[in-house]
Design a protein around this ligand. Structure first.
Ligand SMILES: *Cc1c(COP(=O)(O)O)cnc(C)c1O
Length: 512
């Protein structure tokens, strides 16, 4: 046998390049357009002799699709898919998002052919079971919130807010309350709250919460009576409870009494319902309207802009005004309300009846947990958040005293003294293989870090997160801070120049 010749320089270079781009089998994936070559075609169709195109003016020229073969296309998308970080690959502590494990049982139920293969235009008599599922879900939501009027159609939390505030608007209009032009919103609110009120034609008045992280009676009164001694120009108030600082609004009952006295409605943003479900019913603390994010509390996969579902639940007084259609039961038959059937309704918001697949998942989740299970969900979620809060209290500054609800809020205060910011901490978490928490929200504290562990994480995973956070804090304390500005280095995309990205955004790919 002869000795094989050593690789020449060109061959060596190509091996080194391969090694650089695929280190540890982790591919640096180019765009398909960067991969294409002019001399290949993905599909090779032989021209058919003796035929003439009949596409006429609709004939397409070169539409510029990349010329790559089938295996190249398949590998491209499979490699991209492995770059997705998801709740199925690891801990996802994003505050305000309730990123929890989705039991596969719900997926299985939603995929049953009798549920997944039906069409919204089928005669109601042929889909009685499906409509009954929606009816049962309406009942569960009414029971859990003590708010009897339910509309399932909104397709996301923000869409639910729109449905809810339109309902309030319709009620005021029906009573001729045209002087009610102002919506009260605390400064810690999710951005969708003021945006929704504005879309419905209301002016926003901000309630400051900076001192305590909560809406106090004094601050509320000041906002309520600022332009009218009886608060007669106030249409309502939008508050998240527990709020976006992870705190229960302790003055809420007194605040709501004053609001109701002035003729305003209390809109509760229910995105954080995971902390309350099964423990207290929002209708019992004066809520008039609330949206529920089925894709947060009731365990539908979310993130990345997938479908959501944001049903609204309203008090008896607002029931006539909610959007159409709702599911009604007549004798032992179920049906959707017809358009125009309920004249007081604020109208239709969505085609057909909403995200049916989410309704199935939510009811499946509720039934499999039962009332006691749902109660334990919120207890465990709150316990987990308080565990993190207690374990990290010496390493990270907590802006507000006392226990939290389902999420723990920290700020960058201790680290900023050494020149390390919230952004640096988030990037360091990526370096250590952890998804960052929500950063710079809520806006009421500087350099916010909002951690929502959810009840589906066990103690081992929480401890891993806590240890990484402690290591980061320790390195910063010991003055080992330079590296923080370069993190992440281990990720496929390294530290970005945030300033350049903001000032000179590249919004479209261009070939070089
Ligand atoms: C998630 C969230 C929303 C919006 O829900 P979407 O489904 O994303 O539209 C509104 N308010 C709060 C407090 C939230 O956390």
């Amino acid at each position: 046998m002869t000795n094989p010749a050593p690789l020449n320089d060109n061959e060596l270079e190509s091996v080194m390049e391969i090694n650089d781009r695929t280190r540890g089998l982790n591919y640096d994936e180019n765009l398909l357009w960067e991969k294409e070559h002019n001399d290949t075609a993905g599909v090779d169709l032989v021209p058919i002799a003796g035929t003439k195109s009949r596409t006429g003016v609709a004939q397409r020229g070169n539409i510029g699709l990349p010329q790559v073969s089938e295996p190249e296309v398949v590998r491209h998308f499979v490699r991209l898919s492995t770059k997705n970080y998801s709740i199925d690959s690891g801990f996802f502590p994003l505050g305000s998002c309730t990123m929890k494990h989705n039991p596969r049982l719900n997926e299985k139920v939603a995929r049953l052919p009798g549920l997944s293969m039906i069409h919204p235009l089928q005669p109601e008599s042929t889909v009685q079971g499906a409509i009954k599922i929606m009816y049962e879900l309406q009942n569960w939501l009414a029971e859990l919130t003590n708010l009897p009027g339910i509309c399932l159609t909104p397709a996301a939390g923000a869409h639910g807010e729109l449905a809810g505030v339109m309902t309030i608007r319709r009620a005021h209009d029906a009573k001729g309350h045209t002087q009610k032009t102002i919506m009260l919103v605390p400064d810690s609110a999710h951005g969708t709250n003021p945006a929704t009120a504005k879309m419905c034609g209301y002016d926003i008045r901000v309630i400051p919460t900076k001192e305590t992280g909560r809406v106090t009676v004094e601050a509320f009164k000041e906002a309520l009576y600022a332009t009218d001694p009886k608060g007669d120009d106030i249409a309502g108030m939008m508050v998240t409870n527990p709020n976006t600082c992870g705190l229960f609004e302790t003055d809420i009952a007194d605040v709501v009494d004053l609001l109701h006295e002035a003729g305003g409605y209390f809109y509760c943003d229910g995105a954080n319902f995971n902390a309350l479900v099964g423990k207290i019913r929002p209708g019992d603390f004066g809520v008039d309207v609330m949206h529920i994010n089925l894709h947060k509390t009731f365990s539908t996969p979310h993130g990345g802009g997938g479908p959501g579902s944001g049903p609204i639940c309203v008090a008896e007084t607002l029931r006539p005004y909610i959007p159409t259609p709702i599911v009604v039961k007549e004798g032992d038959k179920y049906r959707f309300e017809r358009d125009g059937e309920r004249e007081t309704s604020c109208g239709r918001l969505k085609g057909y009846q909403g995200q049916f697949g989410m309704h199935v998942r939510a009811l499946s989740y509720m039934l499999s947990h039962g009332a006691d299970g749902l109660k334990q969900v919120s207890e465990d979620a709150v316990l987990n958040a308080n565990y993190i809060s207690a374990m990290l209290k010496d390493d990270y500054h907590a802006p507000f005293e006392g226990p939290c609800m389902h999420e723990a809020l920290f700020t960058e205060k201790y680290q900023a003294e050494k020149g390390v910011t919230t952004l640096d901490v988030a990037k360091a978490l990526i370096e250590y293989g952890m998804h960052p928490m929500t950063v710079y929200f809520p806006l009421v504290v500087n350099g916010a870090m909002l951690v929502e562990p959810t009840e589906t994480e066990g103690k081992d995973e929480l401890d891993r997160f806590i240890n990484v956070m402690k290591k980061i804090a320790y390195d910063v304390r010991s003055g080992d801070t330079e590296k923080f500005h370069d993190y992440p280095q281990a990720a496929p995309v390294k530290r970005l120049d945030e300033l350049k990205a903001a000032r000179e955004p590249k919004l479209r790919w261009q070939s070089v």
